[in-house]
Design a binder for this molecule. Sequence first.
Ligand code: GLC
Ligand code: GLC
Length: 810
Amino acid sequence: MKFGHFDDENREYVITTPKTPYPWINYLGSENFFSLISHQAAGYCFYRDARLRRLLRFRYNNVPADMGGRYFYLRDSGDAWTPTFMPMKKELDFYECRHGMGYTKITGERNGLRATATFFVPLGSTAEVCEFKVENRSDAAKKVELFSFVEFCLWNALDDSTNFQRNLSTGEVEIGNGGSTLYHKTEYRERRDHFSFFHVNRPVAGFDTDRETFVGLYNGLHEPQVVLGGECRNSVASGWSPIGAHQLTMNLAAGESQTQIFVVGYVQNPVAEKWEKQGVINKTRADALTAKFNTPQQVAEALAALAAHWDSLLSNYQVSSSDDRLDRMVNIWNQYQCMVTFHMSRSASFFESGIGRGMGFRDSNQDLLGVVHMIPERARERILDIAATQRADGSAYHQYQPLTKRGNDEVGSGFNDDPLWLISGVSAYMKETGDDAILDVHVPFDHNVEKGGSLLEHLRRSFGHVLQNLGPHGLPLIGRADWNDCLNLNCFSEKPDESFQTTQNQSGRTAESVMIAGMFVAIGPDLVQILRSRGHEEEAKTAEQHIANMRVAIDTHGRDKDWFLRAYDYFGTKIGSSENKNGQIFIESQGWCIMGGQGFNDGFALRALDSVKERLNTKYGIVLQDPPYAEYHKELGEISSYPPGYKENAGIFCHNNPWIVIAETMLGRGDQAFKYWSQICPAYLEEISEVHRTEPYVYSQMIAGKAAVRHGEAKNSWLTGTAAWNFVAITQHILGVRPDIGGLRVEPCLPSDLKQVSVRRRCRGAMFDIDVQNGPGTQWSLEVNGKAINGLVVPFAAKGETVKVTARRV
Ligand code: GLC
Ligand code: GLC
């Protein structure tokens, strides 16, 4: 069942009923100020850090769901209702939510009164703007009262939801412009240099800033006493819960409309300029901010600038084919999601509370893969931030805090895949940009400037870290975990509430990861190439020898009969083997060993992929392993803590599915690759939204596996490495266009029913216009500007140039 449809021309998903199977959200903002907004306008906004600088309050896991956001109540001849459906839930004659690129537009109509709210965060601003239009579509005059409502978060979201003995007494506000601007200034009197405000560009009939006064102590947001009574009470909050609410009165003739602009803004003042006079905040900067969005003309211009921004970002990779789902994922939604994961990492979504994890070392390196073609300068900055959290021995802090950019001591290090991801991130960046100078940038180790080295030195240490940590079979030691955070082979936890990853590390030197071995042979050659390009021939040769040794170790100790093993545990027992009772075959090592080129000579790669198909694939995606662990195993850790079929215990953990897609393309099996890609691709799941439940325009982290009670149901949408990896799989391997040494490689691996596709790919400032003619053969041949070339690499071209490429397979 569908709950809306794609509007590709406007790059929107149009939700046509408020009763979606889960709140379907969007993100606003792309610099320092961000908002999360559901199709019913629930959510919150924050400045840079969702935990420390949260502006609006939102209640996670609330009853009812999707509660707390920016609400607009309309009162039309005594009939009070909300055009976003929630919170009042009055039946609407018309409802529509358009989630677009950085904006969300929600329309509701009842009894001939239509309201349209357009929310966005203008470029260069620290504000969420809402243009709110009220239209009398009936044939009689109407007197309408409009009440706005937001609830302020007292900045620190964790404290805000726990430390009530303090924070119910700290709340402070100021009223300005006769109530049109409501300032939230909790803690501004002491150490904060920032405040927020809720503003409307019209005179108001009244306002409220005290929640209890506006809502009523025993009322819910679906029945605020002020709205039901029809009149604001001009309350000034003192402690408790500060809110912002305006009342506007409008007399609308038939056919008449009125537009007002609301702004939730964030302002920072230099300490010396905090006050206008004692106890009164200096509002100069707030006034300057609201002055920018005072007229519909200004709003229209800001929206146009936002659209142009997205035009330019998305234009770097565009495909045109006979499959509109493929086109809209590549051209619009997959790239959009990659940008969101780049900004948010794993911090703030409707599943991630914004108070938990920092930026992951491996997560952030992988997120780069999906955005480097759009924002290379910011990718560069991110690489240097990440590298500065690496430690001198090559290991890495598993997470770092975005505000301080320091490694997180609580989580620490010891995830032995982490260092290798840095090589893959840097290599992707260098292939995209040709910026070889980044290798010479001096980057600290563990933020200690005295202990730094060139970025190239960091990459060497990453590679070296694997070599210094080899186990009894010559395979890499896993440490606390590898990519699979839940395969914890050195932590035997028996007490509830302990961390599976960081408690009681056995620090054994036995448990080995075949997945890291696969990564080493897949990613290691990138370092070899970098070393060679720098003239370090001897070192490159030595590295090649290490890679060759690892290949032998995988062939000798990393294979089961028909697939690659996953690991050896603390006792040296195989994991991911037909000898095991549960967890006989895992997805990760099949993906990485084959991406690393293992098993091509003797048909083993083919056999392993056939095993994946037979043992792991389902109609909703490939499960992580099979059979699921039926009981908890302390020697395996968190993986066995989940009920069968969920999360890492044999869920469809979407992030790793594209590794198999890529592996299939390496064997030239385009039909199978495309099938795997499309079976978890949200646009292809739109028709079964009642099963899938999360947004049909973005990937989710996990879809319940075949052993789960709720097979096919997704969770944790938006913030997942799935976005970047699927973008890599479809654009670089199935469509087959990717930057390489010396040029753009064009080597598609298409399904047989896609006969022709066109790709426009901008790289290093030149545009490559690629016409792909698929045929039954096995060999591709290329023509560049009408002339046949040898090989599959189209040389880079000068900035501004357009290069015509034809790729034919006959
Ligand atoms: C809070 C603290 C308590 C302290 C009191 C007065 O209640 O929990 O320890 O004595 O404030 O400052
Ligand atoms: C989560 C983590 C990621 C990890 C994955 C698998 O998505 O953010 O780092 O690789 O789970 O455990």
